[in-house]
Structure formats: structure tokens, C-alpha cells
Design a protein around this ligand. Sequence first.
Ligand code: ADP
Ligand code: MG
Length: 239
Amino acid sequence: MARDVTRTVDVIDGDPLTILAGIDLEVDEGDRISIVGRSGSGKSTLLNVLGLLDAPSSGELHFLGENAMRLRGAARDRLRGREVGFVFQQFNLLSGRTALENVATPLYYASGRSFWQRERIAREMLERVGLGERAAQLPSRLSGGEQQRVAIARALVRRPRLILADEPTGALDLATGQTVMELIEDVAAETGAALLTITHDPAIAALASTHLRLENGRLLTDASAAESSDSEDLQETAA
Ligand SMILES: Nc1ncnc2c1ncn2[C@@H]1O[C@H](COP(=O)(O)OP(=O)(O)O)[C@@H](O)[C@H]1O
Ligand SMILES: [Mg+2]
């Protein structure tokens, strides 16, 4: 939950830049939220603040009952590692590691698991995204869509309560993007995670149930998306 969250950064030879001017957002279990906005409008900054990567400058931020404004250092890293899964446009896989090793990486930060347990959990997750057969491949040997599926498996392997996807289909062709997005949604539904997706693609945004737009550092209801999904509803009712 964010209330009046701001983020201002210092700029060399200039006035401080206010990227987020007052964000109010409630995210509940199972929510599907899309966020659109012009390039440079602060979408990635917002995701990083919500995912405990960047600290807000002011406001209130609660995460699973914890006051995230008071969380520092290792405690914040632990909470993020356990409860937040990030998916990025550029996949961000470790190029020298196999698909399986990439998926297992977040498990190294989880205490109390042996090498074999980590390997088994990672393998199950890789099978879940349809890449069991490619476990031993390096990312460079995989297609863009496959790399993003590995990144999804890595993001979800610890069963986070919040999945943050920053233009996850931006580097994929339309059909692959749609498939990848449906996969994220399915896996999120299995774990009851909330899913927040930044996208430029109206078809991807339409998969969400709440449509928001970031403008001048504030979150607004995205009226254009709401209109198009309303007319879909009407058509369904009429059919
Ligand atoms: N740490 C920072 N220092 C200075 N400027 C930043 C910093 N982070 C982001 N910005 C600027 O803030 C604006 C919003 O960035 P970003 O959140 O990446 O936008 P978006 O993801 O919507 O394209 C951009 O103009 C960017 O250059
Ligand atoms: Mg961005």
C-alpha cells in the first residue's frame, strides 16, 4: 500500500527532479494492474519503489504489514528477495549460467535449502514454464521468448506475493509477447500473487483488471483502457 509516496532525485547542476509527486495505490492479493505512461514518466521508478529497490523520499509505504519506510539494508533485501519477483524487458539473465542455474539463483539467498533441493525446485519451475528440456542451455542459445520464460521462472521460483513486470514483452514480437504474458498471469494465479505490469501494448494492458496511467508523477485511472474493456463487456452481455 502506498500513500502519497514521492521520489525526488538530485541532479548534477540542477534543481532536484521530482519523479513521483504523490502516489496512492493499494495492491491486494490476486490483483492484476497495468500501468501505462509516456517514456520518462517514472514508471520504472514507481516499480522500483513498490518493489523495495529504491526508497521513497516521503509518504507511506506498507508491504505485507511492514512499514517499508523504516526497513533498511538487509531486512529490506530479505523481504524483497522473499516476496517480490521482477521481470524486465531485457530479461537480465546471467549469460555465463545455464537456464537452470539462472532459475536457481534466487534460492541461494533463501536459507535452509541444500544444493539438491534448490536444483529440484528450480527444475520444477523451469518445467512449469515449458523449458524442462532446455535446462542446460546458456541464455545465448535460447530465443527471446524462451529467455523471458527463464526470467519468469527465476522471478517466481520463491513464490513471491508481488510480481512486478517492467515492459516484459517490450523486446518480443507480438505473438510471443502475448504468450509470455499469459504465462506470467497463469503462474501468478497459481500462487495468488498480485501482478503489476508496465506496458506500452494496449493488448497486454487489456489483460489486467485495473488500468492506471502515470502522468506528471501521479497515478490516474486510464480512461481509454477502461472504455475499451467496458465495450468488450457490453459485447459479451449482448452476445
Ligand atoms: N536516479 C536518477 N537520477 C536522476 N534522474 C533519474 C533517476 N532515475 C530516473 N531518473 C529520471 O526520471 C525520469 C523517469 O525515469 P523512469 O522511471 O525510468 O521512467 P519510465 O520508466 O517511465 O521511462 C526520467 O527522466 C529519468 O531520466
Ligand atoms: Mg522504464
